[in-house]
Design a protein around this ligand. Sequence first.
Ligand code: PGA
Length: 252
Amino acid sequence: MTTPKALVAGNWKMNGLKAAIGEITRLNDLISTSGANCDVLICPPFTLISTLVGMGAKNVPIGAQDCHMNVSGAHTGDISAQMVAELGCGHIIVGHSERRADHGESNDTVKAKAAAAQAAGTNAIICVGETIDEREAGSTIDVVRAQVKGSIPDDARADNTTIAYEPVWAIGTGKVPTAADVEEVHREVRALLMDRFGEAGSGVRILYGGSVKASNAEELMSVPNVNGALVGGASLKADDFYGIISAYDKIG
Ligand code: PGA
């Protein structure tokens, strides 16, 4: 059994003008000075990727929030995985619930995007999670199972796959599931990964996302099979985000 090194990943969503660049400098300095007992990633909007990678902030790798499923072609306004990989992104988020909802992305679409991300040599962070109606109907596990099974590409490998469990009702709301609820879902996802990848499935990171902040990070990140966080709002300010990273100073 391999326990993956934790990853605390920030998803800036559609936030970040040039003024936000200073947050990366600040985060890089905080990690240089005080350290990080986990891996770190920031996924800014596409418009900032080149600038942020170019800054060479060695403690803050940069990823992308989405990619098109094709390598190139007539897809106005879209960005391919190869394009962001060429800029230096090592991770691409796919299937975030906001994209599943706002852009009608199905599991098949997410699977194709994850395949594109992996073909470009990046690690696909595949997001899954139930809506409040699905949770209240008692179908959380069924929904997450179907999303995990339906969204992992056929030729994915354990070492280029990450799963992010993000209950839709916990995103940006300040509501979080209980540790027991998180544990149940992550245990199920781990079992699916072991089925799928064999022993190597133990090394795939399963991130938790949804209203993670410094004050709840230690509790959430201590849950078995939680190998890090995907953080929205609390990733926008370096000091807030570093508060989540430093939860790993207290977790064995
Ligand atoms: P939040 O967003 O931390 O603002 O809840 C998490 C996410 O959507 O990845």
